[in-house]
Design a protein around this ligand. Structure first.
Ligand code: CP3
Length: 294
């Protein structure tokens, strides 16, 4: 269903998955997190695979997304990576082999052996990754090159699609001059590519020209208003704060989104940004169930 929607050929209900669907709002994740560092969770294939599969088992979403982080690409760039409140990247550029990310390829193979649900791999957009490395524009080129290799590695390991998370790119003063970096990532992909950016509704024309398989929109504008401008699949775009509301409101707003998109064959239900850490599991389940069972 998810892969059909990416092609714009879905004849069933729209598929649903959520950015950051495996995470701290889940008691089962908290349990593992209490025992292991984030670094260990991301780089121990058995643990990362187990976490990736939690939303498949507990929510019944229509796609899995690899449990990892956009900042892991710091490692093939020779920098150190740690997690405090957020990612902490240190050191200077020194190309290393992409093989340092082999545990992630192994994670992908383990997940593929355990589920038939499509698996989304991902990478950060160069601008967003550069921001976590201090923001020097000279980083864009090496980040792009390492990311191209990393995408290739994920594809070889078996991901069914790639999502590019360029959360912060929309805030750039001159977004159009940046798009060649995104374009290289999109063009190189051999599996369908989804582009996510906050503020994507302000750059629809630029993004459409890059020909991704799908564009993921944040919650700034109603999706049905943007739809006519997008000749490919669209993903989104419920407000992540909706998950703090009582269940009847979650049901109502989700139904409103579904109704507004009709039987669109290229529509994937998601949030406008990731699931927040302190929402209730029941709220997330309610959203998913509303899409699946109306
Ligand atoms: O969607 C998924 O479930 C896959 C997992 C995933 C993570 N990070 C796990 C994570 C994905 C797709 C990301 C992407 C990511 N990481 C982005 C782009 C999307 C976005 O949210 O804007 C960015 C900017 C990052 C960088 C990052 N990583 C930040 C800012 C933080 C700290 C804030 C936070 O959300 O926790 C992280 C840490 C991180 N990434 C955790 C996880 C599960 C830590 C959670 C924990 O402490 O247990």
């Amino acid at each position: 269903m998810f892969l059909e929607a990416l092609k714009g050929q879905n004849r069933n209900r729209p598929p649903v998955w959520l950015m950051r669907q495996a995470g701290r709002y889940m008691p089962s994740y908290q349990k593992l997190r209490a025992k292991h560092s984030l670094r260990d969770l991301f780089f121990t294939p058995e643990l990362a695979a187990e976490i990736t599969l939690m939303p498949i088992e507990q929510l019944g979403v229509d796609a899995a997304i690899l449990f990892s982080d956009i900042t892991v690409v710091a490692l093939p760039l020779g920098m150190s990576l740690d997690f405090n409140e957020g990612p902490v990247i240190q050191g200077s550029l020194k190309r290393e082999s992409i093989e340092v990310l082999e545990p992630i390829a192994k994670t992908i193979r383990m997940i593929k052996a355990q589920t038939k649900v499509p698996l989304i791999g991902f990478c950060g957009g160069p601008y967003t990754v550069a921001r976590y490395m201090g923001g020097d524009p000279a980083l864009l080129e090496p980040i792009t090159e390492a990311t191209l290799e990393y995408i290739r590695m994920q594809e070889a390991a078996g991901v069914d699609a790639i999502q590019i998370f360029d959360s912060w790119a929309g805030e750039m003063a001159d977004f159009p001059s940046y798009t060649p970096y995104l374009q290289r990532l999109i063009q190189s992909a051999r599996v369908p590519v989804i582009v996510f950016m906050r503020g994507s509704c302000r750059y629809v024309d630029e993004l459409v020209k890059l020909h991704p398989t799908a564009i993921s929109f944040d919650s700034e504008r109603p999706l049905h208003e943007l739809r006519p401008k997008v000749p490919m699949a669209v993903q989104g775009n419920l407000d992540p704060d909706l998950l703090y509301q009582p269940l009847p409101i979650i049901r109502q707003k989700t139904r409103e989104l579904l109704d507004s998109m009709g039987s669109d064959p290229g529509f994937i239900v998601n949030l406008g940004h990731g699931v927040k850490k302190d929402v209730s599991f029941e709220a997330v389940k309610c959203l998913v169930d509303t899409v699946k069972f109306q």
